[in-house]
Write a protein that binds this ligand. Structure first.
Ligand code: DX5
Ligand code: ZN
Length: 230
């Protein structure tokens, strides 16, 4: 028996054309995206500055897809309610920014959002072991956060495999997301490692091909990896 595709694609708008953002978000939706991934950067936790709740609210008006908001900011607890009110469905904070991670995750849940926790490439999996039963998703960064179009850090595949084992053991319903440097060349390997939410920025929003074609190419590239026989 073939199990239908369960892998979700989350295009990141970081490399989209912001002058035509509504059109570009809608093209991803029409092309079969599952989520829209929004990268919030504060110029402190990461070197880049992107956007805040105002833009999330604008995107909320363009699409019915769930908004997957990745907070690369210090003191995220100060902004959780604002992002929830702006229309975020899933709010992910970095473990490196949260000394009181359990409280922050609780705050996200209380605000009516699903809660994710992200780890930088050099952050060990033991940092999320205790919070795992309380989250809806773990995000493994496969680049150092801050910019689109970076190169995938190869050790992330092994980290994903180990994280998947922890998820199976301690919170089997949690999603495993991966973000950074993903394209048709490596998405299949990544899906095989157990990731089920795949962020893709420059592989979706680029000047080489239409957005829908890029999404279709990514789906085709992992189709084999995603078919399981039971
Ligand atoms: C990096 C961001 C990513 C980024 C991914 O800090 O968190 O979501 O937009 O872009 P690509 O897919 O181009 O690496
Ligand atoms: Zn991201």
């Amino acid at each position: 028996m073939i199990i239908p595709p369960s892998v979700k694609l989350a295009p990141s708008i970081l490399t989209a054309n912001f002058g035509r953002l509504a059109e570009q978000v809608q093209a991803a939706e029409r092309g079969g995206a599952d989520y829209i991934h929004l990268d919030v950067m504060d110029g402190r936790f990461v070197p880049n500055i992107s956007f805040g709740p105002l833009l999330v609210e604008a995107v909320r008006g363009f699409t019915t897809l769930p908004l997957d908001v990745h907070l690369m900011i210090e003191e995220p607890e100060r902004y959780i309610d604002a992002f929830a009110e702006a229309g975020a469905d899933l709010l992910t904070v970095h473990v490196e920014t949260c000394p009181h991670l359990h409280r922050t995750v609780q705050q996200i849940t209380d605000a009516g959002c699903r809660a994710g926790v992200a780890l930088n490439p050099a952050t060990g999996l033991e940092t999320v072991r205790e919070i795992l039963p309380f989250v809806d998703m773990i995000l493994i960064m496969s680049v150092n956060p801050g910019f689109g179009s970076q190169r995938f850090i190869e050790t992330a595949t092994n980290k994903l495999r180990r994280m998947k084992q922890l998820i199976k053991r301690y919170n089997p319903t949690a999603d495993l997301e991966v973000d950074g440097g993903i394209g048709v060349h490596n998405i299949s390997d990544i899906v095989r490692c157990g990731a089920n939410v795949i962020v893709a920025g420059s592989a979706v929003y680029n000047s080489h091909a239409p957005i829908a074609d890029n999404i279709a190419a990514l789906r085709n590239a992992y189709a084999d990896a995603n078919i399981q026989t039971i």
